[in-house]
Design a protein around this ligand. Structure first.
Ligand SMILES: [Ca+2]
Ligand SMILES: [Ca+2]
Length: 226
């Protein structure tokens, strides 16, 4: 696990938020994204928190790119020291979008799986996560108590968003979170104090399929012995 020094995930300029659909819009010619990424996605019906955690785990030790959304699985930043170059990695809000399998259509709470190598950011930015409206596929939690949050819920401020990685905290005043933190840090699990930082609120994706699926109605079969 890594401890970060400063929070550097960026928020999009307000003037462009309304026009965001799929990012980045910058030319991909001769870029890492242009050479490595291609669309590959499909709608799915059942999506569990543990599936989202497994999805996020693939992005560990990969890059970070502002407005980005494409990464591979070689456990290194393929475009180090080249910020804003259509390089490897998601940014903080794009990482949540793909990990939560969100969709761009307003009022659509369904799930779409995006391959890690599809360069999609999605329309949601940090302020969307912090201030959900009724049609959003996520809601703000009433508080950030450990008894309230579940893993793969998010902590969002105006300028950053991260997902809770595990139930067990590293200390009383921190959590393990998985986040796209910045060009210098990449995407990984970090120890963070967001739960206790008043700038952050708790956010939950709607419509999770329970982790017990598809055997939720047969718990006794797991413990019965002959
Ligand atoms: Ca980068
Ligand atoms: Ca990589």
């Amino acid at each position: 696990m890594k401890r970060r020094a400063v929070s550097v995930c960026l928020v999009f300029a307000m003037g462009v938020i309304g026009s965001l659909e799929l990012l980045p819009a910058r030319p991909s010619f001769a870029s890492w994204v242009g050479s490595n990424c291609s669309p590959n996605h499909t709608g799915i019906v059942h999506y569990r928190r543990k599936d989202a955690q497994a999805y996020a785990a693939v992005a560990r030790s990969e890059g970070y790119e502002w407005g980005g959304g494409c990464w591979n699985d070689n456990n290194r930043d393929d475009t180090p020291g080249q910020p804003d170059s259509n390089g490897e990695g998601p940014d903080c809000s794009g990482f949540v979008f793909k990990t939560w399998e969100l969709r761009n259509a307003v009022g659509d709470n369904g799930f779409t799986w995006y391959d890690k190598l599809e360069n999609v950011h999605g329309k949601s930015v940090t302020t969307d996560y912090k201030y959900p409206v009724g049609s959003d596929p996520f809601v703000r939690l009433p508080d950030k108590k450990r008894t309230t949050t579940q893993y793969m819920d998010a902590f969002s401020s105006d300028t950053h968003v991260a997902m809770l990685w595990s139930w067990a905290p590293p200390s009383d005043n921190t959590d393990y979170v998985v986040e796209a933190l910045g060009d210098a840090y990449g995407t990984d699990i970090f120890i963070e104090p967001y739960r206790f930082d008043a700038r952050y609120v708790g956010v939950r994706r709607k419509n999770w399929t329970p982790d017990c699926y598809p055997r939720c109605n047969h718990p006794e079969s797991l413990v019965r012995v002959p």
